[in-house]
Design a protein around this ligand. Structure first.
Ligand SMILES: [Ca+2]
Ligand SMILES: [Ca+2]
Length: 128
């Protein structure tokens, strides 16, 4: 448990640091399953912007449950569904599922922007 708390705190610290310079961290913005939302990410950490209209919860090019915070569709625990997690999901799918987490070349900044969503999304009521 102690280890879990420490790892959660480090993710929050990364999220806080990321929010200082990242342009498009939208805080924790809930999105509804079944609605169509425009995902936005960039190549690199400040590169060409890519926009895609995606139905939240759908599968997209081999990725499942677009917009859910966490990998694929998860298990029985309640899930958060947010805009920053959708941006990260689409970024990962567009680079053929390669996911380097916070250090990822193209999607690392999107990962950091989604960290607060992942930690607090369910508590804030973003259950889709
Ligand atoms: Ca966020
Ligand atoms: Ca990026």
């Amino acid at each position: 448990m102690k280890k879990l708390i420490i790892s959660m705190l480090s993710v929050i610290a990364v999220a806080a640091a990321g929010s200082v310079y990242a342009g498009s961290n939208e805080g924790v913005r809930c999105i509804k399953k079944g609605s169509t939302v425009q995902a936005v990410y960039d190549k690199g950490s400040n590169g060409r912007t890519v926009r895609r209209n995606i139905r939240v919860g759908s599968s997209y090019k081999g990725g499942q449950c677009m917009g859910r915070c966490g990998a694929a569709c998860g298990g029985w625990l309640p899930s958060a569904w947010t805009k920053d997690c959708l941006d990260h999901d689409i970024c990962i799918v567009d680079q053929n599922g390669q996911n380097g987490g916070a250090g990822d070349t193209n999607c690392g900044d999107e990962f950091r922007q989604a960290a607060d969503d992942y930690i607090t999304g369910v508590i804030r009521g973003c259950r889709g």
